[in-house]
Design a protein around this ligand. Structure first.
Ligand code: GSH
Length: 249
């Protein structure tokens, strides 16, 4: 019965609604990889706090108290945070296995951070301009504009429209991208552990899906920056793509 299914709370694009956000993508990939039936409940940014606050404690000491992904498991269990969800699901559904703390985990996290930080101006402005509904756009003006110290339009002008700004962002991501390529290729691919899937695959796969959802220009710039290494990222992307559904109405 539908009411007995797990519910994944995810942030939609504007109509027609599709997933795009990389943190919720991790849980979507996880549930599909584990073969767990679920349905999607879409929450625009301003709806996240009001929907979750009766069920989960806020994130301590953080200006953002409630985030997605979150899931609702029949029996009235709510879990917020992609990693907490992954640990819980690994306990309730040990098969197929999904090792989380692999030897790649810490170097992977550091590389992913170093890739994403210089790209923030690119993806914040393009998510705002291309993907979000007007409701979520209004929320981003209140939260991401102070974060970036400028309007979304200024951010886009500086990091996307201005080709020098665009090139500078991708250039800064190039070295950690080379590190990520080496880590992903180390055991022969398509996954970080070779033929076995582990948590970093779902996280990195989510980021590649996110780039793709923003646009061919973004995924294309990433792959160009990866140079000859682009094939290993494309193999991972195709390796996780089959787990990216479950939202279609
Ligand atoms: N550590 C968290 C991060 C989640 C996160 O930051 N989610 C963003 C969407 S990608 C969010 O919900 N932000 C809410 C807000 O900015 O108010 C996880 O992996 O679950």
């Amino acid at each position: 019965m539908a009411s007995e299914q797990i519910v994944l709370f995810d942030i939609p694009t504007k109509e027609p609604r599709t997933p795009w956000s990389y943190n919720p993508f991790k849980t979507r990939l996880l549930l599909n990889y584990k073969g767990i039936p679920f349905r999607t409940e879409w929450l625009e940014y301003p709806e996240i706090g009001p929907r979750l606050q009766r069920h989960v404690p806020p994130i301590p000491d953080d200006t953002t108290a409630y985030t997605l992904p979150a899931i609702h498991i029949p029996g009235d269990i709510y879990i917020m945070d992609s990693l907490a969800i992954a640990h819980h699901i690994n306990t309730t559904h040990p098969f197929p296995p999904l090792p989380i703390t692999t030897p790649e985990y810490e170097p992977f996290r550091a590389l992913a951070r170093s890739i994403m930080i210089p790209l923030q101006g690119v993806y914040h402005s393009l998510v705002f301009g291309r993907l979000l509904s007007s409701e979520s756009q209004a929320f981003w003006r209140l939260t991401r504009e102070p974060d970036n110290g400028m309007t979304m339009e200024e951010l886009e002008a500086r990091h996307v429209t201005d080709r020098e700004g665009w090139n500078r962002a991708w250039e800064a991501a190039r070295e950690p991208t080379a590190g990520m390529t080496a880590l992903l290729a180390a055991k022969g691919g398509p996954f970080f552990q070779g033929s076995e899937v582990s948590w970093p695959d779902l996280v990195w796969g989510s980021i590649l899906l996110f780039f793709e959802r923003i646009g061919d220009d973004v995924l294309g710039a990433f792959l160009e920056g990866a140079g000859e290494g682009k094939e290993v990222h494309l193999r991972l992307l195709e390796g996780v793509r089959g787990w990216s559904g479950g939202w279609e109405e």
